[in-house]
Design a protein around this ligand. Structure first.
Ligand code: NAP
Length: 229
C-alpha cells in the first residue's frame, strides 16, 4: 500500500530516482535538498504527490523548519531515507587526513543523518510500519576496509553505527532501521565510469522502503541481501 516518505539530498542522483520510483508507485513524497530552487525544479515534473521542501541536513534550524512543514501537511511519515551525502574526490591517504576534512564529512554523512532521524522520529512513530533507511557505502565496511577516501569511508562506517544504535533502540517498536550500499552508481558523485544506472542504484532502497519484510532491521544491505558490516 502506498505510504508517505521523505528523502534527503533528492534534487539529483540516487535520491531523485528514489523519489521518482516511489511517486510512480503512488507514494506521497517530500523531495528535499539544500536549495529551494533545486528541489522545486526536481519536483516539478513528478506530479502533485511530490512536495519540494528545502532541507540542509547540516543545519538544525533547516531540519526543524522541514519538520514543521511536513508535520503541518501530513499526520505521519512511513519512511525516512537519509540519502544526502558528500565525497571529496581528491582525498589523500589516511597518513595526510586533516581532522577538518574528517569533521566536514561527519557533519553531513553521519551527524546530518542522525539529526534528521532524531527530529522526524515522532512522525515515524505514528506510522503503522515505519522505516529509516540510511544510504551508506561499501567503502564503510570494516570487514573489507581499504585505503580509498578515508574521511568519506570512516564517516559512512560511523553512519552504520548510527543505524545499528537506532535499530537496537527501536527493537521493541514497529520501526525498521537499515543501512544500504547502492553500489557504484553513475551520478555526480559516482562519476561516468560507474557501472550502475540510477535506476539500479535506487532499487534496493525502494525495495526496503516498500516491500522488504518489516522484520528486517539492524542490517547492512546491498542488492536486497544483508552484507557484512
Ligand atoms: P550526488 O548525485 O552527488 O547527490 C548527493 C545529494 O546529497 C545531492 O542532492 C546533494 O545536494 C545532497 N547533499 C549534500 N550535502 C547536503 C546537505 N548538507 N543537506 C542536504 N543535502 C545535501 O550523489 P549520489 O551518488 O546520488 O549519492 C547519494 C547517496 O548515495 C550518498 O549518501 C552517497 O554517499 C551514497 N553512495 C553513492 C554511490 C555512488 O556510486 N554514486 C556509492 C555508494 C554510496 P546538492 O545538489 O545541493 O549538492
Amino acid at each position: 500500500m502506498p505510504g508517505i516518505a521523505l528523502v534527503t539530498g533528492a534534487n539529483k542522483g540516487i535520491g531523485l530516482e528514489v523519489v521518482r520510483q516511489l511517486a510512480t508507485r503512488g507514494w506521497r513524497v517530500f523531495l528535499t535538498g539544500r536549495s529551494l530552487a533545486s528541489v522545486r525544479k526536481a519536483a516539478s515534473p513528478l506530479g502533485a504527490s511530490v512536495t519540494p521542501v528545502p532541507l540542509d541536513i547540516t543545519s538544525k534550524i533547516s531540519i526543524e523548519a522541514a519538520f514543521h512543514v511536513a508535520s503541518q501537511t501530513v499526520s505521519h511519515l512511513d519512511v525516512l531515507i537519509n540519502n544526502a551525502g558528500i565525497l571529496d574526490h581528491d582525498e589523500g591517504s589516511i597518513f595526510e587526513l586533516h581532522p577538518q576534512r574528517l569533521r566536514r564529512m561527519f557533519e553531513t554523512n553521519t551527524i546530518g543523518a542522525l539529526l534528521v532521524s532524531q527530529t522526524f522520529l515522532p512522525m515515524i512513530r505514528q506510522s503503522e510500519s515505519g522505516r529509516i533507511i540510511n544510504v551508506s557505502s561499501g567503502a564503510a565496511q570494516l570487514s573489507d576496509m581499504g585505503t580509498w577516501a578515508p574521511a568519506y569511508s570512516i564517516s559512512k562506517t560511523a553512519l552504520n553505527g548510527v543505524t545499528a544504535q537506532f535499530a537496537a533502540a527501536l527493537a521493541d517498536s514497529k520501526i525498521a532501521v537499515n543501512s544500504v550500499c547502492p553500489g557504484w552508481v553513475k551520478t555526480d558523485m559516482g562519476g561516468r565510469e560507474a557501472p550502475l544506472s540510477v535506476e539500479q542504484g535506487a532499487d534496493t532502497i525502494v525495495w526496503l522502503a516498500t516491500e522488504a519484510p518489516q522484520s528486517m532491521t539492524g542490517l547492512f544491505i546491498r542488492d536486497r541481501k544483508p552484507i557484512l558490516w
